[in-house]
Write a protein that binds this ligand. Structure first.
Ligand SMILES: C[S@@+](CC[C@H](N)C(=O)[O-])C[C@H]1O[C@@H](n2cnc3c(N)ncnc32)[C@H](O)[C@@H]1O
Length: 279
């Protein structure tokens, strides 16, 4: 079951490929009821915070990201206090100082990730080969936002089991009655979207094939699935016959030249449940 009715919970991170737009554009794309919610590519958790499920397994290969959620789950006040300090001190010099600092406490590390996410260039998460965050300072200066409701976020996260892990281990958990929302990095360069490198490792085409196999096994066990990807012939071929294809279109601000700015299409495939989406 889930409780998508009621209060809107905005993700507290900005994430490349974040699906907040999908939750506002197609709020009914998801199954009406399910047992557990399972999301193996969590990112900013836009769909999780939209659906507010009662039981969830959430994971991502980015261990720092998962530690941030765990800190929010366990003691959001400590994270907020550290963010208040960053907010008071924020400046160009402070940003670079904080970026290079090794924080030990899990709450300080969480606040550091959130602070850098909110003030870095374009809310991007990028690390170098040594795993150090290396995005330059951006133009945004707000460290605390009006939309912040860390108390509610923490309460929601208490219903979830959070794991730093590759998607395959998480997908193995899915069984009949579970709902899997699967939003991997899009490998193929398509339309004007390009692809995104999240960590020092690129998600490769063989990862896409590994994902397809793992999803096939989860579908055979009776899990409901919504998987998103690039709207590209290679992806269509990979998922051919798997479920109901839905073309999603959203406005893009990413294209470099204004002439090409506009609508970008993505592909969603729904398996083992009836989709009710808006035209
Ligand atoms: C498109 S983003 C997910 C965005 C998310 N749906 C949101 O609304 O913000 C893809 C995520 O996959 C994660 N990732 C990359 N490779 C992975 C892997 N092999 N296993 C699990 N997660 C991975 C990245 O760290 C990134 O957070």
């Amino acid at each position: 079951m889930h409780g998508r009715q009621g209060q809107i919970v905005v993700p507290f991170l900005k994430w490349a490929g974040g699906k907040r737009w999908l939750t506002t554009q197609q709020p009914d794309l998801f199954p009406r009821s399910f047992d557990r919610y399972i999301e193996p590519f969590l990112g900013s958790g836009a769909v999780y915070f939209h659906l507010k499920p009662s039981i969830a397994i959430l994971s991502d290969a980015n261990a720092e990201l998962i530690s941030t959620y765990v800190a929010m789950q366990q003691d959001w006040r400590k994270v907020r206090n550290a963010l208040l300090r960053h907010s008071r001190n924020h400046s160009e010099e402070y940003y670079y100082e904080e970026r290079s600092r090794k924080r030990r406490s899990p709450y300080e590390r969480a606040a550091q990730l959130i602070y850098l996410n909110r003030t870095c260039w374009n809310g991007l998460y990028r690390v170098n080969r040594q795993g150090q965050f290396n995005v330059p300072k951006g133009t945004k200066t707000s460290v605390l936002l009006e939309s912040d409701d860390f108390g509610t976020v923490s309460k929601l996260l208490k219903r979830a089991e959070l794991r730093p892990s590759d998607f395959e281990a998480t997908l193995k958990q899915a069984g009949p009655g579970d709902f899997l929302f699967v939003d991997p990095p899009y490998v193929t360069r398509h339309n004007l979207n390009g692809f995104v490198k999240y960590n020092d490792k690129i998600f490769s085409w063989s990862d896409q094939e590994r994902l397809r196999l793992a999803l096939g096994a989860a579908a055979d066990r009776g899990a409901m699935i919504l998987v998103t990807n690039a709207e590209h012939h290679s992806v269509r071929t990979l998922y051919s016959g798997f479920g109901k294809e839905i073309i999603l279109s959203r406005s893009s601000v990413l294209a470099a030249d204004s002439e090409n700015r506009g609508s970008v299409t993505e592909l969603a495939i729904a398996v083992n449940y009836e989709v009710r989406c808006r035209p």
